[in-house]
Write a protein that binds this ligand. Structure first.
Ligand code: FDA
Length: 453
């Protein structure tokens, strides 16, 4: 039995929790970090599978992600650029693989014009939305009461243009069908990355990787915390009141503290018994946040064979099972790695198949981009975060249709001594490690101020 007293108990040792804990400790506050899993890092997880190092969760860093970049530099980690020499592949409605360079897919002229017009319109709308408070936009309610798919259909009759623009937010980011979330939610996603154009530019959004893996951010931050991190310690009960909190975790661990930070995905709040229960608003609000779902597929080959064909490895196909794929070869690795993504309804569909059938279907899709050689990887692995009890989906949580303007303003509001920090409730860096770090810093600063008051 472990009974300890700290200034702050932090629930979750992902990027948000480990960042907050370090900042609090630097300011002289004592912390305990309780982590459900047997490792730190949360949705960042760098592992060796059949001899290949794979980024099972988050991995890419984009140039606007200042908080993450500062942390990477401060921890002395190195980054390298994603391989991007050569031509990309696009498979559209005609089912043919077309080579191209630049950002705009090689589609028919009228489709190209429709796509460019949509990107321009979205950039204008996104510039009006503050990612920290999209609900404050004067037309927030109206934008939250039309699905992204319906809004796109109102702007153009060109279905391939609609499907391609939907892809950048739906399959590629929120990992929900474009009919399942609102225009406002789409604008938040783009605003959190700076602009819609940034999402279309894979050289921006998927710019760099960390040598040795992105999980190292949390690993190094946790190392600095030493014995203050408790693994295999899922918090089951959180008592709270005017005097602070008492957290009860597996392993017979009890932590008394002045404040708690819930530093994990909002869909997991309901896994904790709050005594007394959280207020009505939180009960309602938390039911309107749900995880998207995507399978991240890793295929490792004896060499990056696509480069020999002048291909960058970058591939898009709005009607393909794997709607996007990239060269994901590790730093200075002779072997070549492709990473593909199977999102929302497609992911549901292939999980109804046997593992062998699913693998065959996914590799078949990759072969449409890269040729038959793609069907024979030496290592094959599917990241399935939907099966992970302490995550339950990928990449992150978003509000369901109409939920953002209704509940968004309260998503970061503390309840008594309980504070919330996670990438899924961030503004800038939303759904990314950068947003997790920003939220960790923000909540730590608030608590430091409260503790000094
Ligand atoms: P995170 O979920 O990482 O950590 C929360 C921690 O809390 C977990 O360790 C969990 O076990 C723990 N926990 C939960 N409940 C608990 C309880 N009751 N008691 C104790 N502990 C509890 N981002 C990016 O920047 N670039 C990218 O390329 C990608 N790509 C990507 C791919 C895939 C497949 C995924 C799943 C995710 C990404 N992301 C990403 C998103 C990124 O990984 C994510 O935004 C951050 O890891 C979120 O960090 P948090 O600390 O907020 O939560």
């Amino acid at each position: 039995m472990t009974e300890i007293t700290r200034d702050v108990v932090i629930i979750g040792a992902g990027p948000a929790g480990t960042t907050a804990a370090n900042q609090l400790k630097k300011a002289g506050l004592s912390v305990a970090v309780l982590e459900a899993r047997d490792r730190v890092g949360g949705r960042t997880w760098t592992d060796i599978i059949d001899g290949a190092m794979l980024e099972i969760g988050g991995q890419w860093v984009s140039p606007d992600q200042d908080a993450l970049i500062e942390t990477i530099e401060e921890l002395g980690l190195e980054t390298y650029s994603r391989y991007r020499e050569g031509e990309s592949i696009y498979i559209g409605a005609d089912g043919e693989a077309h080579r191209y360079t630049g950002d705009i897919f090689p589609v028919a002229e009228q489709t190209k014009a429709a796509m460019l017009a949509l990107i321009e319109q979205l950039d204008v709308l996104v510039a009006e939305v503050d990612p920290d408070e999209p609900w404050a936009h004067p037309r927030a309610e109206e934008y939250d009461e039309i699905t992204f798919a319906d809004w796109l259909a109102q702007q153009t009759d060109d279905v391939e243009a609609q499907d391609n623009i939907a892809l950048f937010i739906a399959g590629a980011m929120l990992t929900k069908p474009a009919k399942a979330f609102s225009l406002l939610q789409a604008l938040l996603m783009a605003a959190s990355a700076g602009s819609f154009s940034n999402l279309v530019d894979e050289d921006f959004i998927l710019d760099k990787r960390v040598v040795g893996g992105l999980q190292q951010v949390s690993i190094h931050l946790a190392e600095r915390l030493g014995d203050d991190v408790f693994l295999n310690a899922p918090v089951r009960t959180l008592e709270w009141g005017d005097d602070g909190v008492v957290a009860h975790a597996d392993g017979d661990i009890t932590v008394r503290a002045r404040y708690a930070i819930l530093a994990h995905a909002p869909v997991l709040y309901e896994r904790i018994s709050f005594v007394p229960p959280l207020p009505r608003r939180q009960h309602q609000m938390h039911q309107h946040l749900s995880m998207g779902f995507v399978i991240k597929v890793h295929a490792v080959y004896d060499r990056p064979f696509w480069r020999e064909q002048g291909l960058s490895g970058t591939a898009f196909g709005p009607y393909e099972l794997s709607h996007e794929a990239y060269d994901n070869t590790n730093f200075e690795d002779e072997r070549g790695t492709l990473v593909g993504f199977v999102s929302d309804k497609n992911a549901d569909g292939v999980f109804e198949l046997t593992a062998e059938e699913r693998k065959a279907r996914i590799l078949e899709s990759l072969s449409h981009y890269y040729g038959d050689e793609a069907k024979n990887p030496v290592v094959y692995y599917e990241s399935d975060w939907g099966s992970e009890e302490w995550t339950r989906g990928a990449y992150a949580a978003s509000f369901d249709f109409g939920g953002l303007h209704r509940y968004g303003k309260d998503v970061r509001t503390a309840v008594g001594p309980i504070h919330f920090a996670c990438s899924d409730i961030a503004g800038a860096g939303y759904q990314h490690v950068d947003g997790a770090i920003r939220m960790g810093r923000l909540v730590a600063d608030q608590l430091i101020e409260l503790a000094r008051a």
